[in-house]
Design a protein. Sequence first.
Length: 391
Amino acid sequence: MPHVVVIGGGIVGLSVARELSARGNQVTVLEKEDHWAAHQTGNNSNVVHAGLYYKPGSFKARMSVAGNKSIVAFAREHGVGVEVCGKLVVATSEDELPALYTLESRAKANGVPANLISSAEAREYEPEVSCVAALRVHSTGIIDFPGVCQALVRLLDKADLRLSTPALGIRPGRNGGVEIATGHAVLRADALVNCAGLQSDRVARLAGLTPRATIVPFRGEYYELKPERRHLVKGLIYPVPDAALPFLGVHLTRMLDGSVHAGPNAVLALRREGYRWRDVSVGDLLETARFAGSWRLARKYGRTGVDEVLRSLSRKRFAASLARLVPAVHAEDLVPANAGVRAQALLPDGSLVDDFLIETAPHQVHVLNAPSPAATSALEIARYVADQVVA
């Protein structure tokens, strides 16, 4: 029975482990933290994405559309909270209509169920919304992604699951395969799969690769609406994204528990796993500063970066961005919520890797860029990665 070691205990790593186990492999999962879904999976908006925004034919487009169906089916089969509630992407001015029409075309190209609606029709879904038109995306949902991970762990009852076990060294095996050193032992395996998220490029280098991209962490900051103001939002309200910018902009999301999250704001994290301004790593900052792509990105999006920092420091600015979508939202309606950190892969020329990036080497598969919609697409990514392991 082939033995495969998976590094990373988030939703992608656990999905890969489950897929490999189902195909008859002996699987060991190494997670450096003391619990599953500790980082990106456990600190995101819990949205099941439809596949609306992504270039037709890309990994993201294909895997998100398929993953939307498979992750919802998985959650329902295993008793994990999920609701397919749909969302509105709203044009708040006439200037945004061409971009909204482009999104409608992309939805059709990707096979995403969506249709344009008027402002009056939008208010039937969201009475407090302000828009001139909207795109109703029917297959978007909300889900408990950490709950999905717990279900995957239960299914991995025959696997060797090791928490608090970082990979400290990786080398080719003496008789083929690969060897992974931990603080407790050296594991010998036929193959290695790197699903380490925020640490994925470092794990690749540890294994002797020179990955094409470097991870630069961006913190996504959220607020919540106070309980007495939650009635302002019934579901999910998104702005029309600016095609010239790398992120979608702040939006409003009603969660499974009835709370309403607002965000994310996006700022450079001062540590790979830095969820607060005071989370600082000098080593991580030096690594980012030494990478030429960081400076090229800063030159390209410098003004946007300043705006994001100012919004991070001002609840009033944050509320003003939300008020474009729902004018009744004010600064006093917001309370801070937990932040997340996005592992964004960046190329040396300063461009963001805009698709999933998976690289292979003998006996190794490395998932080097899997930001949103990776959680939605996790079961589909797992099938692809398992095929690469076999190949």
